[in-house]
Write a new protein. Sequence first.
Length: 267
Amino acid sequence: MLKHLGLRWEVINRNKSIKTALNLKLSQPSGQLSAFIQGIWSASVDQSNSVVKPLYSDAGSGIIFNLSGDVMIGNKTLPEGVIMLPIQKKAENIVLLPSAQLAGIRIHPAIGYGVLGHHYDKPTLLLPERDKLYNLYQIYYELRMQKNSERQIEALYLWAEKSLNFTNVIPDSLEKALEFIEQNEVLGHLNESIELSQRQIERLFKLWLGMAPKHYQRILRVKKTISFLRLHKNVSLADTAQQFGFSDQAHMTREFRTIACITPGKV
């Protein structure tokens, strides 16, 4: 275990059932980075298998470093290089063909726009001549030379800690609004909590997250429910719907189909 991983990372392999095909290491930061970055990860596929995995919506964005091989998100083929990801509003599949190698950073909702200053409407190759802000291709080539997954994660961690500026990354009013929704409060009281009009709140979310507060709340509810169902295999779906604020089980199923592209039962 590398020295930085010992105290500041929890390294997780959540793919034990398919680890013969996919080697995935996911690291979750602590300290200052944890408020802005959901995770830093490294993945590789063996030479004889393809892997298809769902990417559930989380309203976040991120960066993929496609180091080698063929990778697809939805129907979009990702070229080798630095790929800037859009805000994820609904689930898509990621397809990794044999021998694919990649790494990435997953950023919390709204933080991507604050750090990168730009929204992307689809996975987009960052051209080297446009890589002036954070020298992403410098770390990209370092990752290509480093084959060990934990050392790739360590390199990305050190790069993020050194290069990314998180000072006043999002407005205080937006931060309060996100916390308000996180606590499952009624949206009708949101403007009272942060002392902005409904129109101002809508504009704030549109600029920073690319969606309305209501849609963000829907994504968050489905995400929390998916996490719950993964841990509780035999739970009643009707009880789960009530627990997470759906009007009934049918409503939960419709929301899952729209946002996660799967039913609760299949989760």
